[in-house]
Design a protein around this ligand. Sequence first.
Ligand code: FAD
Ligand code: NDP
Length: 315
Amino acid sequence: MVHDVVIIGSGPAAHTAAIYTARAELSPVLFEGFMAGGIAAGGQLTTTTEVENFPGFPEAIGGPELTERFKAQSTRFGTVVHTETVNEVDLSVRPFTFKSDGQEGAARTLIIATGATAQRLDVPGTRDGELWQKGVSACAVCDGALPFFRDRPLYVIGGGDSAMEEATFLAKYGSKVTVVHRRDELRASRIMQKRAIDHPKVEILYSHTVTEALGSDGLEQLRLKDLKTGEEHVVEAAGLFFAIGHKPNTSFLGGQLELDETGYIVTAPDSTATSVEGVFAAGDVQDKKYRQAITAAGSGCMAAIETEHYLAALG
Ligand code: FAD
Ligand code: NDP
């Protein structure tokens, strides 16, 4: 059987695309993945506690509950969901073909919404079940406004544009923000560097790394290591934010779509169209700028509408 629409992914982008294509009677089939990219079906929101910035939930909503609601809404309109990871696609044939953990199939259109995984340092004390999400985070925009960061010392790891942006953002909340970078030169663009360096509450600590996060119910201290001298010291810290890059989940595409230099799918301006006609990309897998649930959902809607138009033109 050839499906009209196969959606690969399970976050807000995938389920918004599913809701729209299901309501357009395109009978979408969605592969939500099984620990794909190291994340449970439902995507990145399953790894967080409270989501306070998704409209419609004035009292905030738990990340896992929000993803359950996305899925309930898309299945309500008839989306068929498989808890399988798509491991391979062939975009050189029409219809496109794909192989998942449990099946092979064909589709006239594909919507790729496989997201990205925030990189984390594997430092003692920061892991799941330790202080992860108890002061240790990989998303300043998501978590920075939480009360326990207010007027407290915060730390950001990384030396790129994300680290600079997150440090200046966090400076609104913390008493001081220290950027810990492993080299003695930043990778960030000049303008982003300047913005951080000039900020009165931001300090850059070069040639250092974090070797341990300490605390009981929440982060209290960090052990820092000077990479030039090997000396270590412990500092007070309420927040540790990783800003060491994201890895878009695109390896299963086997290089058949145009990607940018950091592995994100390239889409046409103001569109979700990729370099292959009939393949659309939505959410974090094609967005390294905003990376929010609401922008992912918005682009999922765009992908669905573009898919519908494409299929209508195919007749
Ligand atoms: P994702 O949520 O990344 O989900 C994609 C999923 O697709 C993957 O996780 C996986 O399950 C599946 N998948 C991957 N590869 C395959 C494959 N080959 N086959 C099948 N399935 C596959 N944003 C906010 O707006 N507010 C917040 O408060 C907020 N908090 C966050 C907290 C944390 C800790 C993190 C990490 C992110 C947070 N974000 C928040 C960002 C938000 O989660 C993302 O922007 C959003 O989830 C991106 O949605 P997406 O649909 O692109 O994909
Ligand atoms: P980058 O890959 O540019 O930077 C990652 C940073 O993390 C680097 O400084 C790197 O160090 C450091 N790092 C990586 N791995 C480790 C590790 N294991 N231990 C310690 N440090 C580590 O990622 P970004 O997320 O900052 O940016 C991604 C892209 O998005 C870039 O193209 C950037 O320009 C863009 N962007 C643009 C923004 C804007 O213009 N407003 C905002 C945010 C991102 P090292 O330098 O030593 O390699």
